[in-house]
Design a protein around this ligand. Structure first.
Ligand code: SF4
Length: 124
């Protein structure tokens, strides 16, 4: 995947079938648009590739010991798709002991990514 240094534009080969189309993915005021695709599957693949290429904070729920519902958590910064997946897998293994303060740092440098895992719970 190549990214245009001037903006949010990616050029990627589509591997959806043997036609081997080249997708141009652009993010502008109209949202994410895919060009160069010859079918709707290519449009979906292009949008998925854009989502994977743009770092986002991870939001998930962590098991709270003795509670029915999990605690909402988020990372302190955005992560790329691979790091985000590693963090999600790590979060699945966690069980937190209540009570937890709002916006508390639960784990520093989670899964070696350099970002912290924070409590994102707003309700008490
Ligand atoms: S855009 Fe459609 S036709 Fe082109 S390679 Fe992808 S799946 Fe095949």
């Amino acid at each position: 995947m190549s990214k245009d240094p001037a903006g949010d534009k990616f050029v990627v080969p589509c591997k959806g079938c043997v036609n081997d189309c080249t997708l141009v993915i652009v993010k502008d005021e109209h949202g994410v648009q895919v060009f160069g695709n010859h079918c709707r599957k290519g449009d979906a693949i292009g949008k998925e590739k854009y989502r994977d290429a743009v770092p986002v904070p991870v939001r998930a729920r962590v098991k709270l010991q003795g509670r029915l519902f999990g605690l909402r958590v988020r990372t302190s910064a955005a992560l790329d798709a691979q790091q985000a997946e590693e963090v999600r897998q790590y979060i699945k293994t966690l069980t937190i002991q209540p009570p937890v303060q709002e916006q508390a740092v639960l784990i520093e440098n989670i899964a070696g990514t350099g970002v912290d895992l924070l409590s994102d719970q707003t309700k008490k």
